[in-house]
Design a protein around this ligand. Structure first.
Ligand code: P61
Length: 465
C-alpha cells in the first residue's frame, strides 16, 4: 500500500482550544508580537519546537508508574544505563536533566580559555556552554549545507578539508574534542553521512582528538543513512545507530528529542578519568550519579522511548510526515530549505517576504501572520535570533539566512493537522506582499529572541525611520 499510516492508535487526547482570527490579533498584540510570550493555551497548532513535546506511549506512561525513586541505585537507573549502553556502546552513562546540562559538565571539564571546539554546526546551547567555559566554538559546515534550495543527501556533514586545516592552524593540543551534531539542527535538520562520521573520526584519531556526537536526533539521522547511503539499505536502523556511535568517544544527548520524553538527557563516554570528573561535577550541579537531575520515572520513560524510536514503522511515518508538509508547500511554490530535514520544515523568509529587508525581520512577519491566520506557532531563525549590532555603527548585522522553523512534535499531530498547516501557509503566501515589517521595541542583551517585544511597521512608522 502507498499510504503510510500513523503507526499508533490514540488512547488519550488533549483538546485544542479554538480561537478566532480577531481574538488572535488581540492576543498577539498583548504578547508584543513574540510567539515565546504567548500562552500555549492560545495556540492551536504548536510548531515552536520538537523538544520535550512528544506524546509518550502507553508503555512509557506505565514506566512512569513503575519508576523506582530510590536516591541511590534505583532499578530504573540500571534499566536506563543498560539501554543506553547497548545502543551507544559507551562505558560510562551519566544522566542529566536535559541536553544543555550534559554540555555544561562536558565543557567545564575540557573547555577553557585558549581551547577550540569544532562542530559541523553548534546548536545555540552547545555554543553557549563552550563559550561560557572560555573556549571558542567553531562551525565547519560544508558549502552545500549553506545553500537553502540545493537538494543533496547529507547537507549536515562536517567539512573534512576545513577540519584538517583547522587542526593544523590551531594545533591538536588546543582542541580537546570535536563534535558532530546529528542531525544538524541549525542547518535545517539535515543528516550527516556515516562516511563523514567515519572519516572525521580517522582524521581526529590521527591527531589524538576525541570525537563526541551531539546525538539528540540520532535515530532520524540513522534512518536517512539507511535510505540514502550506499551499503546501508539492508541494515536495521539500530545497527546503523550503533555504527554511528562506534566511531565516537562519547556523546551528549537531549532525550527530549529522539528518546520521546518530555524531560531528560545524558552524557556518555569511554574515558575513565573524564567520567570521574563528570560524576564529581554532576553531584554538585545535578544530583547523585544514579539519577542526575531526573526522577526514577523519567529514566524509565527514556529507556522505553529509546526502544520505541528505533521502530522503523515509526521512523518511516516520522520522516514521511515532515516530507509531506514540505511537499505541500513546495508544490505551491513556497520557498523552503531543501530537502526537508528530519524534524522540521524551514521556510526561506528572504524569498517568501522579499519586500521586507532583514532589519525589518521578514521571518517575524511570517511567524506573526501564521499565528493570526491559523493559530499556528512557529519560530523565527534569522535576524531576530542571531542578529548582532555593529558596535561602531549600531547597525544590525544579519546572519546569512532568514528562516521560519516549523518543528514537528513527535506522535502529536495527524495528517489533517498537517493539511491545515499547509492551507494556512498557502493563504499567507497568497497575501505575502501585504505583510508588514517589524521593529523591535524592547530587547535583552543576550538571547533576545525569547523576550524581545515587537511592533508592526505601518507606512507612517516606516517613513519616520
Ligand atoms: C530545539 F530555541 N534543541 O531545537 P536541551 N543540541 C541540539 C538541540 O537541538 C538542542 C540541544 C542540544 C531545541 C530546544 C531549544 O534557544 C533554544 O535538552 C542539536 O534543550 O537542553 C535543543 O538540549 C539542547 C530551543 C533550546 C531554543 C534552546 O527546539
Amino acid at each position: 500500500m502507498k499510504t503510510i499510516i500513523e503507526p499508533f492508535k490514540i488512547k488519550s487526547v488533549e483538546p485544542i482550544r479554538f480561537t478566532t482570527a480577531e481574538e488572535r490579533r488581540r492576543i498577539l498584540h498583548r504578547a508584543h508580537y513574540n510567539p515565546f510570550l504567548l500562552r500555549a493555551d492560545d495556540v492551536m497548532i504548536d510548531l515552536l519546537t520538537d523538544s520535550g513535546t512528544s506524546a509518550m506511549s502507553a508503555k512509557q506512561w506505565a514506566g512512569i508508574m513503575d519508576g523506582d525513586e530510590a536516591y541511590a541505585g534505583s532499578k530504573s537507573f540500571f534499566r536506563f544505563e543498560e539501554t543506553v549502553r547497548k545502543l551507544t556502546g559507551f562505558k560510562h552513562i551519566i544522566p542529566t536533566h536535559q541536553g544543555r546540562a550534559a554540555e555544561k559538565i562536558l565543557f567545564s571539564i575540557v573547555g577553557g580559555k585558549g581551547k577550540f571546539i569544532p562542530n559541523n554546526t553548534h546548536f545555540d546551547t552547545t555554543r553557549a556552554n563552550v563559550e561560557f567555559s572560555g573556549a571558542e566554538a567553531v562551525d565547519l559546515p560544508t558549502p552545500e549545507g549553506m545553500q537553502p534550495d540545493l537538494i543533496a543527501d547529507f547537507k549536515g556533514n562536517i567539512d573534512l578539508g576545513k577540519l584538517a586545516a583547522f587542526i593544523r592552524d590551531k594545533g591538536a593540543a588546543n582542541i580537546p574534542l570535536a563534535m558532530i551534531t546529528v542531525t544538524n539542527n541549525s542547518e535545517g535538520g539535515q543528516p550527516v553521512s556515516m562516511k563523514n562520521i567515519r572519516e572525521a573520526k580517522k582524521l581526529l584519531a590521527r591527531n589524538g582528538i576525541p570525537l563526541f556526537l551531539d546525538a539528540c536526533r540520532f535515530a532520524e539521522n540513522a534512518y536517512f543513512i539507511k535510505h540514502r547511503e550506499r551499503g546501508y539499505s539492508r541494515k536495521t536502523v539500530e545497527e546503523i545507530a550503533r555504527e554511528m556511535f562506534s566511531y565516537a568517544d562519547g556523546c551528549t544527548m537531549s532525550a527530549k528529542k529522539d528518546a520521546l520524553v518530555n524531560m531528560g538527557g545524558f552524557l556518555a563516554m569511554n574515558d575513565d578519568a573524564m567520567a570521574l570528573q563528570a560524576r564529581n561535577l554532576l553531584i554538585v550541579t545535578e544530583g547523585f550519579p544514579t539519577y542526575g537531575g531526573l526522577a526514577g520515572r523519567d529514566l524509565e520513560a527514556i529507556a522505553q522511548g529509546l526502544d520505541e524510536i528505533l521502530d522503523e514503522h515509526y521512523l518511516t511515518y516520522r520522516i514521511r510526515s515532515v516530507q509531506y508538509l514540505g511537499e505541500g508547500l513546495t508544490r505551491a511554490g513556497v520557498p523552503i530549505v531543501q530537502p526537508p530535514g528530519g524534524h522540521a520544515i524551514y521556510i526561506d523568509a528572504k524569498r517568501f517576504a522579499a519586500h521586507i529587508p532583514p532589519h525589518e525581520y521578514p521571518g517575524q512577519a511570517i511567524v506573526c501572520e501564521l499565528y493570526t491566520t491559523g493559530g499556528i506557532r512557529s519560530v523565527e531563525i534569522g535576524s531576530v535570533m542571531f542578529g548582532k549590532y555593529d558596535p561602531a555603527t549600531g547597525r544590525l548585522i544579519s546572519p546569512p539566512m532568514e528562516l521560519v522553523r516549523l518543528a514537528i512534535p513527535r506522535r502529536v499531530y495527524t495528517q489533517s493537522h498537517v493539511d491545515y498547516v499547509v492551507e494556512v501557509i498557502l493563504d499567507v503566501f497568497a497575501r505575502r506582499a501585504s505583510l508588514p515589517g517589524y521593529a523591535i521595541t524592547e530587547e535583552a542583551p543576550v538571547l533576545r529572541h525569547f523576550t524581545a517585544k515587537f511592533a508592526p511597521l505601518t507606512k507612517r512608522t516606516r517613513r519616520g525611520k
